[in-house]
Design a protein around this ligand. Structure first.
Ligand SMILES: Nc1ncnc2c1ncn2[C@@H]1O[C@H](COP(=O)(O)OP(=O)(O)OP(=O)(O)O)[C@@H](O)[C@H]1O
Length: 253
């Protein structure tokens, strides 16, 4: 069954049709790549999936529920979480607090019990702290939980961003260029981390990435966008040998 599905998706910015008739379907626990030349519309797809933009036409369903028109926080609660091309962390607070803040909106205690630090609040705080540490352990970041986020090396900041995205218990995780700016060792480690996340959390992952070795090495299926349209879909082998994809990347006729 598809966890996330888009049909006939389109959006125009002024006169520019950034996406047109885009279809895709992501099954449970699949790792899917979304690739294409610069400006093809990849980030716009993510922005439609998370309500940054509302599509001009088409539908998006998460576990068969239409999510078009829902607010970003409702989509997060529904089960879609994302990271960004440029790392977005609270750089001047600790690693653990970055994760706790991401978890916070799920907490259920009342404002009063928070102000007076009543037992319900303290219990929930303790649970949040425990879960935050567990998440950091998955990423081998627990030893750095009290460090300021800005003091982590780049590769670890990327991991922390993914940990934050996982803090909301998503069913689908969207990663926008997770390997950007990483050295080969960090990239290899990230591939292992992404597989681990899928296996451990049992979630589907849709990722945008320009590093072809990364995409081909980790994705089970790939969608290729060019000028706002899906021009190919298939496994890495099929995509690598697809003449339309080769042409799109080489910029030929
Ligand atoms: N808010 C906006 N207003 C106007 N045009 C936009 C807006 N957002 C995106 N676009 C345009 O839509 C097209 C697709 O952009 P998008 O950022 O989705 O491409 P991309 O495939 O993610 O590119 P890159 O690989 O360079 O990040 C581009 O022509 C871009 O200029």
């Amino acid at each position: 069954m598809a966890v996330l599905e888009a049909k006939n998706l389109g959006i125009a910015f002024g006169g520019l049709r950034a996406l047109q008739d885009v279809q895709f379907s992501i099954g449970e626990k699949e790792i899917i790549g979304l690739i294409g030349p610069n400006g093809a519309g990849k980030t716009t797809v993510f922005n439609l999936l998370t309500d940054v933009y509302v599509p001009t036409e088409g539908t998006i369903t998460l576990e068969n529920q239409n999510i078009v028109g829902k607010k970003t926080y409702q989509i997060t609660q529904g089960g879609i979480s994302r990271t960004f091309q440029n790392i977005r962390l609270f750089k001047d607070i600790s690693v653990i607090d970055n994760v706790k803040i991401a978890m916070n909106f799920q907490m259920k205690y009342s404002v009063l019990s928070g102000i007076f630090r009543l037992p319900a609040y303290r219990r929930e705080e303790a649970q949040v702290a425990k879960r935050a540490h567990e998440l950091l352990q998955v990423f081998n970041l627990d030893e750095k939980s009290e460090d300021l986020a800005k003091n982590l090396p780049y590769g670890q900041q990327r991991k922390l961003e993914i940990a934050r995205a996982l803090a909301t218990n998503p069913k689908v995780l969207l990663l926008d260029e997770p390997a950007a700016g990483m050295n080969p060792t960090e990239t290899k480690e990230l591939m292992e981390t992404i597989r681990l996340i899928r296996d451990r959390f049992g979630i589907a992952i849709l990722l945008i990435e320009h590093d072809m070795n990364f995409v081909m090495g980790i994705c089970e299926r790939i969608y290729v966008l060019d000028y706002g349209k899906v021009i190919a879909e298939g496994n890495p082998e099929e995509i690598r040998n697809n003449p339309r994809v080769i042409t799109a990347y080489l910029g030929g006729e």
